[in-house]
Design a protein around this ligand. Structure first.
Ligand code: PFF
Length: 448
């Protein structure tokens, strides 16, 4: 039988788990390479816009659904709109959760490998070309699959322990370490000779680089980064206590999440410019460019180990939240024990994750719509499923859900949101979010 539903024990736990979910590879790996490839400051500006005008209200919408029902994503929609097709959005979320968990674990596996190999291999100076070859030969090898599986096993060990003893406890320990390490890196980067160029690149918008596809990517990035649109926050908030202030928690999450993305840019771009590298290197940016920098500075081994360990920490607090979506679903909807529900989730991710990992090597020749499996999983989940899920969730909470539920969830806490804020959130959910997401979809996907 499934275990009785628990709640996060403390307010700190709520913040650590929610921010832990939001802050991850999306901020430290994905944001810098997306911004690097798409006009630096212009991408940042779009990302910020999407985070605060659409992201925060949709985070509130997910919190309202999750906390009010206290159920997994499928159960929540069944409780709120019985017999209606709104519940179909759960399947969008569950699919996105497995897809993201799969490709994300590949990159998280790379971070584990690079943490270990920083100590054993990167002791001397290595050229960028050598690091490029090294990355390619590792990513295309069986070892990349093995690290993906190791990473997913670590997730199993945490999640199967339960919400409080596993997820909350780990997040409470890991998040402070993550923030301190980030600050150390930021200070170090700002003292580099190329600091001004790097910071200018990050903050100075090059509007000429903005195309509809870039706007879609920025929206996808905002959703991905906030863990939004797939029911992750519905699931987590189903463990919130009734006193947890929802609007406040959503602003804290968005604020800290944005801060980490900016810090990651401030860490990476000064280093990139100091060492004459290209900010447009794409997904390999942190795996090729940074090691070449680490290998040429004193204490590089320590910096490198610390940096990849930081990425690993950020990854695991995010993947446990993705995996919790389907774990809660399997356990509550099918009556599986927590251990079995976790095992099923992780097994699915192991199968698809291995395929994604192999798409850098033996399965590299398989492309769908011109994308490898890894890129396809990323593109479909981030740029299509998450905004689609967000669109449906915002329309549902803005137009369908009983207004008294919305108001009481937003205001019922020991720190209630003011009437103005509550109204703004509802306005964004009814109008701004659906219209913006709709327009970006139509143009970004090239439907027009
Ligand atoms: N927000 C995470 C990041 O930025 O790395 C990624 C993520 C976590 C996406 C949880 C989706 C999710 F359900």
């Amino acid at each position: 039988m499934s275990e009785p539903r628990t709640q996060f024990a403390t307010r700190l736990g709520v913040i650590a788990t929610t921010v832990g979910s939001a802050v991850g590879l999306g901020n430290i790996w994905r944001f810098p390479y997306e911004a690097g490839a798409h006009g630096g400051g212009a991408f940042l500006l779009l990302d910020l816009l999407f985070i605060f005008i659409i992201g925060v209200p949709v985070v509130c919408a997910e919190f309202i659904i999750g906390r009010h029902t206290g159920k997994n994503i499928r159960g929540a929609f069944r409780a709120l709109a019985p017999g209606k097709s709104w519940g179909l959005v759960s399947y969008v979320g569950l699919t996105a959760a497995i897809m993201i968990l799969s490709f994300y674990s590949v990159v998280a596996g790379w971070t584990m490998h690079y943490t270990v190999s920083s100590v054993t291999e990167f002791s001397g100076r290595m050229s960028t070309a050598a690091l490029h070859d090294r990355f390619d030969s590792f990513a295309s090898s069986d070892m990349a699959v093995v690290w993906t599986l190791v990473f997913l096993t670590a997730n199993y060990l945490i999640i199967s322990r339960g919400v409080q003893k596993g997820i909350e406890k780990m997040s409470n320990i890991l998040m402070p370490i993550l923030f301190i390490t980030l600050l150390v890196f930021t200070i170090n980067s700002l003292m580099m000779p190329g600091a001004i160029d790097g910071v200018t690149f990050l903050f100075k918008p090059k509007f000429s680089e903005i195309t509809p596809a870039v706007v879609l990517s920025a929206m996808g990035q905002a959703f991905f980064s906030l863990s939004l649109g797939l029911g992750c926050l519905i699931t987590y908030s189903s463990y919130f206590k009734k006193e947890t202030p929802l609007v406040r928690t959503s602003f804290i999450t968005a604020g800290l999440d944005t801060m980490v993305a900016i810090l990651a840019g401030v860490i990476i771009f000064p280093a990139v410019f100091t060492f004459g590298q290209e900010p447009t290197a794409g997904p390999k940016l942190v795996f090729e460019v940074l090691p070449s920098i680490f290998s040429s500075i004193s204490g590089g081994v320590i910096w490198s180990t610390l940096f990849f360990f930081l990425l690993f920490l950020a990854s695991i607090t995010s993947t446990i939240s993705m995996a919790e979506i389907t774990t809660a679903y399997f356990s509550e909807e099918f009556g599986l024990s927590r251990k079995r529900a976790t095992a099923l989730t992780i097994a699915l991710a192991m199968v698809f994750g291995s395929l994604c990992a192999m798409s850098f090597g033996s399965l590299g020749h398989i492309t769908i719509f011109g994308m490898t499996l890894f890129n396809l999983f990323d593109y479909v989940s981030s740029n299509i499923l998450l905004p689609l899920g967000g669109l449906i969730i915002s329309v549902f909470v803005g137009w369908v859900l009983d207004r008294s539920i919305v108001n009481s969830e937003l205001t019922h806490s020991d720190r209630p949101a003011s009437r103005v804020i509550t109204r703004m959130v509802v306005f964004c959910l009814r109008w701004l979010a659906p219209v913006c997401i709709g327009i970006v979809f139509i143009f970004g996907l090239g439907i027009f």
